[in-house]
Design a protein around this ligand. Structure first.
Ligand SMILES: [Zn+2]
Length: 291
């Protein structure tokens, strides 16, 4: 099967309903194989990947959009970040395996969801902090859009070990809103089966669901798993600790390992790496170390 890592816009003809459809194959494979996720945690992470890419395409912004959930339940952190350029990264951290995929069971009763937009250039970062209301991530995001943007939205998310798929319907803001259009579109969308959403390509799926009223599909844009972390940056962090502290950790743990907070990539340094790293630093910075 060819891989589809793309997001497609569509509009339902003669209505004020617009939509987005996302399929992540390779992106999801990269994300889910970074850690040995229990099935329930993996499902929630997959939903978050699909939902964050959908959100990212539905709002106007430059830079990065981050969805983060923190709670005191079995899963204490879930983070997915998407850039305007179509890169996505993210992970979940868990202390125990949740009983089921309901938000309460996964994150605990008092969990908070933060949706933030970090601008590349000038401009203030925008942040929305909301309680996780509803039983699923789809519900929580629907409530978020209604409360913060006054937008009617419906998310449809499915996760398998090969693909995550998501569809977002939104009613365009405007004066002349036809609630019949919205009712009709969401009713049709609700008939989508798990297999249809996961397996069908965008045009087949949309034709099957919305052909009655006519649907127009736009060209897709690509999404890929990519993280801005690197060994070089991590080396900078260790150099920032200073030689004494680095050697202290080394003597306690045998090696120094730093795990990326966004993609779970692990960077490990043994005694030889650390020695090399600080020797270089001393030679290069010799004139600066004299006082
Ligand atoms: Zn990373």
């Amino acid at each position: 099967m060819r891989t589809r890592d793309s997001i497609n816009r569509f509009v339902i003809e003669n209505s004020d309903v617009r939509g987005l459809l996302v399929h992540l194959d390779n992106t999801w494979l990269s994300a889910r194989t970074r850690m040995d996720y229990p099935a329930v945690v993996e499902t929630v992470l997959g939903e978050a990947f699909a939902a964050t890419v959908l959100m990212s395409a539905s709002i106007k912004y430059e830079g990065k959009l981050t969805l983060q959930v923190r709670g005191t339940g079995p899963v204490n952190l879930l983070v997915v970040q998407v850039t305007r350029d179509g890169t996505a990264r993210g992970l979940a951290k868990w202390e125990s395996v949740p009983d089921d995929v309901s938000l309460d069971a996964v994150f605990g009763a008092d969990a908070r969801m933060v949706i933030s937009v970090e601008a590349d250039a000038m401009g203030h970062p925008h942040q929305g902090i909301v309680e996780l209301s509803g039983n699923t991530l789809s519900d929580a995001l629907k409530n978020y859009f209604l409360n913060s943007e006054q937008l009617l939205s419906e998310f449809y998310l499915e996760v398998s070990d090969k693909t995550v798929a998501g569809m977002l319907l939104q009613r365009l803001p405007g004066e002349q809103q036809d609630s019949d259009d919205w009712e009709r579109a969401t009713q049709l969308a609700r008939t989508v089966s798990r297999d249809e959403l996961l397996d069908l390509d965008a045009s087949t799926l949309l034709y099957r669901l919305f052909n009655q009223g006519g649907v127009r599909l736009f060209d897709g844009t690509a999404v890929a798993f990519e993280c801005s972390c690197s060994r070089e940056r991590t080396t900078g962090v260790i150099q920032g600790l200073g030689q004494t502290e680095a050697e202290q950790i080394l003597s306690e743990q045998g090696s120094i390992s730093i795990t990326c907070e966004f993609c779970a990539e692990e960077y490990r340094y043994d005694a030889v790496d650390i020695a090399g790293l600080f020797n270089k630093g001393v030679t290069a910075g010799q004139s600066d170390t004299r006082h």
